[in-house]
Every structure is written in C-alpha cells, then in structure tokens.
Design a protein around this ligand. Structure first.
Ligand code: DAH
Length: 339
C-alpha cells in the first residue's frame, strides 16, 4: 500500500509538469481523486491494513493526498492566472484610437431662423403672441381692411373650408386679434405657419411668417425703417444693406416692401437673388387708421406700424438654397448640409 501511494505521488509529480491545459488537469484530477480515481480506490484498501500499521500508513495517506491536492490547485491557479492575463491583454482598450463620433440632432433650418429672429425681437422688447392656423375670413381679411370684394384678396390664393373658414393666409390675422384683446401701447411679434395655394421654387403651400406690430402714441414710418434696419443687420450681419420700396397693402398706409442685400453675393447679383443683388423679405407699413378703429383702438390717439417677414425665404438666404420646397421634404442629406 505504501509503495502504491508513493507510486501515485510520483505519477502526479511527473505528469502535472507536462500538463498544458485546464482540460488535461481536470482529467488528471478525476483519474486520481475522482469517485473511482486511483487514490480513492487505493484508500478503500485501508481496512485491510493491519491495525499497528494504520497510523503510519494513515499519515502517509494524508501527506500524499495533501501533496496531490496542492499540486493540482497550484496548477489550477497557474491556468487561472494565464487566463486572466490573456483576458486583460485581449480586452485592452486602445485610448489612442479615434472615436466613432456622437451623432446629435440639430434644429431644422426654418426653426433655427425662427429662433434667431424671435430672439432679436424679444431683445428689442417685443412679446410673442400666437393665433390659430384655421382662421375666420373675418380676422384673416375683413378686420384688416380687406372686405369680401377687395381686389387684394386675389394676391392670396386661399384654402377655404367653408365660405367663412380658411387656413390663414397671413399672420396679419393675429394683428386684429391682438388689437381687440390688448391695451396699447404694445409691441408684439407673431411667428407662425401660413397657407396659400402656390407651389414653385420660391413658394410652398405651407410657409412661415413672422408678423410684427407696434401700437403706441407717437410712432411713425421713421421708427419702422430704423427698427427694420437694426433687425436685418442683427440677423444677416452689420454690412447688410436695406432697400425700401413703395408698395400697397390694405392694412397699412403708406406701405413699403423691404429688400435685403443678398448675403450670398453681397449685392453683386447671383442665382439666388436672380442677378438683382437684393431679396425681398418683408412687407411693412404704417398701420392703416381704419384697421385701428375697426378693432377698437382710437386712431386719433394711437398710431401703429407693422411688418410681415418671410421666414422660409430668409432661411434660404442663410443656407444658399434656391428651392423653398426642399425645406419641407425632410431629406436628411439636405438638412445636414443646411445646418
Ligand atoms: N401680410 C402680408 C403678406 O402676407 C405681409 C405684410 C405686409 C404684413 C405689410 C404686415 C405689413 O404686417 O404691414 O403678404
């Protein structure tokens, strides 16, 4: 028995050094210490050892078993260390690699133009007011001095739901609502969607306007011109040139149209401005006293001036885009270019 024990011990001592992987080690462990392993089997013979030899044999059994168990667990630890080392090496993060980049969203060019212009107006003391997109003929036309038979209605090919309800053709409708609700003096802007039956490179059936209205005791055309110059310079840059042309709107008298020097060619003439060097961006004027009186503001005491700004056209200027409809197609390639 003692010989057998020593043989097993020697066998383990030699074979363990040649073991090269975890699987072989598990096999060796089974062969020696498993249920029907060599050592386990041998120990079954303990009961045949004469009583006087048992303490000695017993001590040897313990020594051999400890030796084997230690040898195996040392080897297990050795393999575990290698495994850990491999893992550390393979999973190492190379912090010098360039990143894949983080994709973030961005505001739509129209929204960012609205935000910019609203910020400029709010800085100049205007409050933001909104109104309904489905509007009555009364607010959209009648209350801003455009009665049913008025020829100016022809300029705004309108989407009617019924004889009296339509998609508003102009944010000017909110001027009438504000005059009826607010006590002068006031300065408001109305950003919002407007609708007309028009569709070509410079017209979209849905488009965005920003209306401005100032009502106070001593305001004049001079204030309007100065304010618009300040606004356009803040929006398009200090070197922007502004041109005023006489025009006609039923709700203003006198009326003007305001052109801004083309930011693409700085007035030289290019495709965007169709060679003219200027782009028409605003209608404006001194509020027609009829409009003030119609909406409950005494035109003897108060004067007003107003403007209507084409947001989409301005955003086209900014991005150099020549087709307004591309603003609303949601083609991600276009939107990425026009940030
Ligand atoms: N409502 C006009 C349009 O859509 C634009 C406009 C012109 C607005 C003159 C105004 C204004 O407030 O004073 O064509």
């Amino acid at each position: 028995m003692e010989k057998e024990l020593m043989k097993i011990k020697d066998e383990v001592a030699t074979s363990i050094s040649s073991i090269s992987d975890k699987k072989e080690l598990i096999e060796l462990k089974l062969q020696i210490l498993g249920k029907s392993g060599k050592l386990t089997n041998l120990l079954k013979g303990m009961r045949d050892v004469p009583a006087e030899d048992r303490p000695r044999v017993g001590a040897l059994v313990n020594e051999v078993r400890n030796f084997i168990e230690n040898a195996i667990s040392e080897k297990e630890k050795y393999f575990a260390d290698i495994e850990l080392q491999n893992k550390l090496n393979n999973e190492k993060v190379d912090i010098t690699l360039p990143s894949k980049g983080i994709k973030t969203g961005a505001l739509h060019p129209v929204s960012s133009m609205i935000d910019r212009f609203v910020d400029i107006c709010v800085n100049l003391g205007f409050s933001v007011v909104e109104g309904p997109e489905i509007e009555s003929d009364y607010y959209n036309f009648e209350a801003v001095n455009t009665p049913k038979s008025h020829p100016a209605r022809d300029m705004q090919d309108s989407f009617y739901f019924t004889d009296n309800i339509l998609l508003r053709t102009q944010t000017t409708a909110v001027q009438a609502r504000a005059m009826q609700e607010m006590k002068p003096p006031f300065k408001i802007i109305v950003p919002g969607k407007t609708y007309r039956n028009d569709s070509d490179a410079t017209h979209s059936p849905m488009f965005n306007q920003l209306e401005g209205l100032v009502v106070d005791e001593n305001v004049s055309m001079a204030d309007l011109k100065n304010l618009l110059s300040v606004m356009m310079k803040r929006l398009f840059g200090e070197d922007t040139k502004i041109r005023f042309r006489p025009s006609y709107f039923p709700f203003t008298e006198p009326s003007i149209e305001v052109d801004v020097s083309c930011p693409q060619c700085h007035g030289e003439g290019c495709k965007l401005c169709k060679g003219s060097g200027y782009l028409e961006l605003l209608g404006a004027g001194v509020v027609n006293p009829k409009v003030l009186d119609f909406n409950g503001i005494n035109s003897k005491k108060y004067k007003g001036f107003a403007f209507g700004f084409g947001i989409d056209r301005a955003s086209m200027l900014f991005t150099g885009n020549t087709d307004m409809r591309s603003l609303f197609k949601n083609d991600i390639r276009f939107l990425k270019q026009s940030r």
